[in-house]
Design a protein around this ligand. Structure first.
Ligand code: ATP
Ligand code: TYR
Length: 327
């Protein structure tokens, strides 16, 4: 696979194609980041951005993970102390999942966001950005009468992080795209360069197929889950026979096959007794989705197979976490 294809596989949006091709032409040592508000356990939604970071690391890029403690604080996620503690757990999970420690830099937001230069630049952005523009960057704030001032400072700081962390590329889920668009509009006003971005798809809530898999609501799958947990959760998943690109509902089982299983396994084997037609084998996502659509593959068999592949995927991380905790 050529470098551009590796950088952009499984992404929903590339901003802009030309700029990302430029990064792909010489990726060695170029810096890319994802920022995360610390939350207890990483779920498969978060790990989609981690998969992308692993691709970028394999292409030779230097990965920066921002543990966005100040942002979590601005978002009302707890006391600073509590947030710092969860951030440490999160760091261990990323390494357990497969990011290469020597090529991954973990940075706490608070290590530079409270410095004078940064704070003055935040104020500069407050002066140059309209309230309306900052509000638009935070989709969930639309029309919310209780939105706080902290919620509009938040995207300005996120934009500035991209300059202060000296990045060549920013990665985030599709839910971060509006903040990145604000970054592209506002940084040049301060004399800084707008940076290219990659946006990864959002995995839907497992049991409803609506919205996103989220730490705060619904059922999430994480590296803490045992095979029994995985089976129970995947069995409860929403799995209609087809994905409806026009509709509001997604098929989370197919999404997990597409974004987590197929990028990591060349071949997927669905084991079935002979009386149910015997084993099925897939070397790509499309064929599996087509068989689910035609009824050749039963949702129960798809779910059982998904659970065992997810187990294989998270087992090394689960083991490593256990070791870290026992130390
Ligand atoms: N379900 C998901 N699918 C894909 N990416 C996700 C998903 N949930 C979060 N992300 C990505 O992980 C990063 C952190 O997101 P966020 O803090 O919103 O997740 P969360 O911990 O589930 O939060 P919340 O509890 O507020 O829903 C972002 O880059 C986001 O795009
Ligand atoms: N906005 C991101 C967190 C984040 C914070 C600061 C950044 O620079 C980047 C990302 C989220 O929703 O989780």
């Amino acid at each position: 696979m050529d470098t551009y294809d590796l950088l952009t596989r499984n992404v929903d949006e590339v901003v802009t194609d030309e700029e990302v091709r430029e990064v792909a032409s010489d990726p060695d040592g170029k810096r890319v980041y994802v920022g995360y508000e610390p939350s207890g356990v990483l779920h498969l939604g978060h790990l989609l951005t981690a998969n992308k970071l692993i691709d970028l690391q394999n292409a030779g890029m230097q990965v920066v993970i921002l543990l966005a403690d100040v942002h979590a604080y601005l978002n009302g996620k707890g006391t600073f102390e509590e947030i710092r503690e969860t951030a440490e757990q999160m760091r261990a999970q990323f390494l357990a999942y497969g990011l290469e420690e020597s090529q991954t830099e973990f940075v706490y937001g608070s290590s530079y966001q409270l410095e004078e230069d940064y704070v003055l630049d935040v104020h500069e952005l407050e002066l140059s950005t309209t309230l309306n523009r900052a509000q638009r960057a935070m989709a969930e704030l639309q029309g919310d009468e209780t939105a706080k001032v902290s919620h509009v400072v938040y995207p300005l700081m996120q934009a500035l992080d991209i300059e202060y962390l000296d990045l060549d590329l920013a990665v985030g889920g599709m839910d971060q795209r509006k903040v990145h668009m604000l970054m592209r509009e506002e940084l040049p006003k301060l004399g800084y360069d707008a940076r290219p971005c990659l946006h990864t798809p959002i995995v839907a809530d497992l049991t409803t197929g609506e919205g996103k898999m989220s730490s705060s609501t619904g059922v999430t799958i994480s590296m803490e889950d045992s095979m029994a947990d995985l089976e129970e959760k995947v069995n409860s998943a929403f799995c209609p026979p087809t994905r409806d690109p026009e509709g509001d509902l997604e098929n989370p089982v197919l999404e997990l096959f597409e974004y987590h299983v197929f990028p990591r396994f060349e071949r997927v084997l669905v084991e079935r007794p002979d009386k149910y037609g015997g084993d099925l084998e897939y070397d790509g996502y499309e064929a599996l989705a087509a068989d689910l659509g035609s009824g050749k593959l039963h949702p129960a068999d798809a779910k059982g197979t998904l659970a065992s592949y997810l187990d294989e995927l998270i087992a090394p991380g689960r083991e490593k976490l256990r070791e870290i905790r026992d130390e």
